[in-house]
Design a protein around this ligand. Structure first.
Ligand code: HDD
Length: 708
């Protein structure tokens, strides 16, 4: 079981129950937990009473002179900093990056030279549209921002879990973000793209159609940060010691395979556990099951770029892995949760401009714009230019420069020199440039007239959207149809719905027809004339499907086991053992969290109470109530929902014979019993059930549980 007691869950002293006294050493005192540091003001003055403000008499006015009170309240008043304008809700963890295959042939980047060498890393995952307090399972892109603390400076790969983007030029970023955020007059909907403004913008911006397909796919509903891919999105350059440039796309491939949830599940998870993703990451790292990704690179040269059907500078396009294979060159492991959320996760400042010698930008107009935005936004968010002095942002290699002063400067240049050139030799003169070791930009030849246009190839907006759709399994295609139908059903303006479906005609006629029918449109709307002919012969790319890239086993996934008093002890033992052998987690769900007494007379605690643990929180469920327990659960709505939802969400269900009446009450009829619902008559049946669960879902069922 993954339940663990957080460090900060110690019982706090309550007013009047503990008398604070100075310890003998003057710096500690005897509290409930033994020697603990004495409470002080921010200036270090010891505090005698933190329960009562200073007053003139027991019933008199509070005195302004109470510096401890004033400092405490003043500081509280200033606790908040502006949340990120996008990606406000996020969760981070520490770890390391280890190179497994040298890239010295294509880059001089120090971190990519020597296999086996590690550098520290910090990663922050996020949703884009919602505010800091929104829920984790919004239909949204996930940020996947990686900071590598290399020996030659911090290298930030500020990516997403989707390899393409909404827009091609950074000048459109405020527009796309304004459109998806709550509408400005009413300030809703929160963390939702299902509203008029968003689809108005998207339907007026054909360049967004490819990305729209991705966000309507299950990619936008990841089961866990641990089970999603990451992408650097843009084409970057790697530059080797000889100055040769190679184009590169960065990929993060999760070791545990891809997995998403279905929309109806997401909606319910958001209510049952708005912190679903952050809790999952915290629990996994706490349990020693460290999430891991491989770093993959797609490397290509000018000749490929010139022959490719699309412009490699266009961030709304990807390069299929089948065309340019992903070379795996390293691994990223997250093995430590933060000590303090604010200090690390909130204050971490990712900037696309943070690159290291051997890595360089391309002319992707989105990337070029980002290089301004990130630096600028950190100043606003973190209050000044010295955010690199905050430990999470400071390089872990030696650094020396002449930047000085400003708000909250922690370290200024020492000595007399704060400029160069200077005539103060040696150490006194401060740092000096190094033409050989220092960062040099790739000397790309640039020659053009000043103009506000895009490269012609940027205008093909539908071909890759079509390729993406055709690369999905039938199940995934249906999810995309349903997502478009749902989102556009929330759009109040008919013309916007029609306009959007018009674009889908170029993607796939069956998709457009399904959505049009789902919306009850009067026939198919007219498709806009494409700016370039749609390349409808692009081969499907299996790498783009989640279901074709699932895990090899059930490791890291979670069983929800419904138990009551009298649960068959041998069966339960077999479940625990089989799950353990698989590397999977088990959470017991019982009528009371205090637990149940097994058939062997042993009391075991439960992880959750049935009223607080719907089956959406689990990847598969096992029903082990005793006959008496089943009789009670049949009358409990949440227990019936537990089973009905697991069934509707195409989950694997293992059941003891005694649970059958509950399944019937939950609406599973004899004719509904399918290959995903497996009896656990004896302990020996459990291993087979766990093996079946490796498929994650019994998708054949899905079409049978939806009639509309
Ligand atoms: Fe961005 C945050 C990813 C386009 C402007 N972005 C931010 C974060 C991620 C991304 C993961 C959160 C970083 C963190 O965890 O702190 N953004 C992307 C990707 C993009 C992209 C993959 C397209 C390929 N972004 C983009 C554009 C602009 C921005 C075109 C502006 C021109 N993004 C920002 C920002 C944010 C940000 C306003 C908000 C908070 C922050 O930077 O630190 O500067």
């Amino acid at each position: 079981m993954t339940a663990k007691t957080p460090d900060n869950a110690r019982t706090r002293a309550t007013i009047g129950t503990e008398r604070i006294t100075r310890g003998t050493g003057g710096e500690t005192h005897q509290g409930a937990g033994g020697d603990v540091p004495i409470l002080t003001t921010q200036q270090g003055a010891p505090v005698a009473d933190d329960q009562n403000s200073l007053k003139a008499g027991a019933r008199g006015p509070v005195l302004l002179e109470d510096f401890h009170f004033r400092e405490k309240i003043f500081h509280f008043d200033h606790e908040r900093i502006p949340e990120r304008v996008v990606h406000a809700r996020g969760y981070g963890a520490h770890g390391f990056f280890e190179l497994t295959d040298s890239l010295s042939d294509v880059t001089r980047a120090d971190v990519l030279q020597r296999p086996g060498e590690r550098v520290p890393a910090f990663v922050r995952f996020s949703t884009v549209a919602g505010s800091k307090g929104s829920f984790d399972l919004a239909r949204d892109v996930r940020g996947f921002a990686v900071k590598l603390y290399t020996k030659e400076g911090n290298w930030d790969i500020v990516g997403n879990n989707i390899p393409v983007f909404f827009i091609q030029d950074a000048i459109k970023f405020p527009d796309v973000i304004h459109s998806v955020k709550p509408e400005p007059d009413r300030d809703f909907p929160q963390a939702q793209s299902a509203h008029d403004n968003f689809w108005d913008f998207i339907s007026l911006s054909p360049e967004s159609v490819n990305m729209a397909l991705w966000v309507m796919s299950d990619r936008a509903l990841p089961r866990s940060f641990r089970f999603m891919e990451g992408f650097g999105v843009h084409t970057f350059r790697l530059v080797n010691a000889a100055g040769r440039s190679t184009f590169v796309k960065f990929h993060w491939k999760p070791k545990m395979g891809l997995q998403s949830v279905v929309w109806n599940e997401a909606v319910k998870i958001n209510g049952a556990d708005p912190d679903f993703h952050r809790r999952d990451l915290w629990d996994a790292i706490g349990a020693g099951s460290f999430p891991e990704w491989e770093l993959g690179v797609q490397l290509f040269d000018d000749d490929f770029a010139d022959s490719f059907d699309f412009d490699v500078l266009d961030p709304t396009k990807l390069i299929p892995e089948e065309l340019v294979p992903v070379r795996r060159v390293g691994r990223l492991v997250l093995d430590r949760v933060v000590d303090n959320f604010f200090a690390e996760t909130e204050q971490v400042a990712f900037c696309t401009q943070n690159i290291v010698p051997g890595v360089d930008f391309t002319n992707d107009p989105l990337l070029q714009g980002r290089n301004f935005s990130y630096l600028d936004t950190q100043v606003k968010r973190l209050g000044g230019p010295n955010f690199t002095h905050i430990p999470i942002n400071a390089p872990k290699c030696p650094f020396h420069h002449f930047q000085q002063d400003g708000h909250m400067a922690m370290h200024n240049p020492k000595g007399r020199a704060n400029y160069e050139p200077n005539s103060w030799g040696g150490a006194q003169g401060g740092p000096r440039e190094d033409a050989a070791r220092g960062f040099t930009s790739f000397p790309a030849h640039e020659d053009g007239v000043k103009t506000r246009v895009r490269s012609e190839l940027f205008a093909d907006h539908y071909s890759q959207a079509r390729q993406f759709y055709l690369s999905q399994t039938a199940t995934e295609q249906v999810h995309i149809q349903q997502a478009f139908t749902f989102e556009l059903s929330k759009v109040e303006t008919l013309a916007i719905r029609q306009r959007m479906v018009g674009h889908l005609v170029h993607v796939d006629l069956e998709l457009a027809t399904a959505v049009a029918e789902g919306l009850g449109l009067d026939g198919l709307p007219e498709a806009p004339a494409p700016a370039r002919p749609v390349l409808d012969g692009l081969p499907p790319s299996p790498a783009l499907s989640i279901l074709k890239n699932g895990p090899a086993d059930f490791a890291g996934r979670k069983f929800g086991v419904l138990v009551t008093d009298g649960v068959d002890a041998a069966l339960l033992d077999a479940v625990m053992k089989a799950a353990d052998d698989e590397g999977a987690n088990v959470e017991l769900v019982a009528p009371q969290v205090g637990g149940v007494v097994t058939s062997a007379g042993v009391r075991i605690p439960a992880g959750q109470k049935i009223k607080g643990a719907p089956s959406v929180l689990y990847d598969a469920v096992i029903l082990l109530p005793s006959a008496e327990g089943t009789a009670v659960l049949c009358e409990e709505a949440t227990a019936r929902d537990f089973v009905a939802d697991a069934f509707a969400h195409a989950k694997f269900i293992g059941y003891a014979a005694a649970a059958q009446p509950l399944m019937k009450r939950a609406g599973i009829r004899t004719q509904d019993m399918d290959g995903g619902i497996l009896p656990l008559a004896k302990a020996g049946d459990v291993a087979g059930f766990v093996t079946a669960c490796r498929a994650l879902r019994f998708w054949e069922r899905e079409s049978r549980v939806h009639a509309v």
